[in-house]
Ligand binder design. Structure first.
Ligand code: ZN
Length: 142
């Protein structure tokens, strides 16, 4: 297995479903700023078949809701002094605000550029969100 040195202080995003790592890397804009980060792909894992891992050597303020939306299997580890200080198990967020647009073209949040779309998760097996303004269902796609 590919060896990458541990990080002293930062964040390790672990148990990413294999194949989703790059999407998350881009979503967090790790390819666009000066953060020291590595993306490991298709790492053998006991829990999943294969997983992706992202290691960030920085105190980045990452948006856990976006991560939970992309992949609720993720574990986020906060590292300090080369040890895990805090572990967060992500889940699909119940309420989201401003992460994506309502698909209804006549919705107030689509027409008014200052209105921020807010959604509530609908539990029907799929990841669908109901718009808090017009009740239209929008399915989140990567
Ligand atoms: Zn709407």
């Amino acid at each position: 297995m590919l060896k990458v040195t541990g990080i002293e202080k930062g964040i390790v995003i672990d148990h990413i479903t294999a194949g989703k790592g790059l999407k998350i890397f881009q979503k967090l804009k790790l390819d666009k700023n000066n953060t020291q980060a590595v993306l490991l792909m298709n790492v053998p894992s006991q829990q999943l078949r294969n997983k992706d891992i992202i290691k960030i050597q920085d105190d980045l303020d990452i948006d856990l809701k976006i991560l939970g939306l992309i992949d609720p299997n993720i574990t986020v580890n906060y590292i300090e002094g080369e040890k895990i200080q805090r572990k967060m198990q992500l889940s699909i967020p119940e309420k989201v605000k401003g992460l994506f647009e309502c698909k209804n073209p006549r919705c107030i949040t689509t027409e008014d550029q200052y209105a921020v779309a807010e959604f509530t998760l609908v539990k029907n097996g799929k990841i669908q969100y109901r718009c808090n303004y017009c009740e239209e269902l929008t399915e989140y796609k990567l």
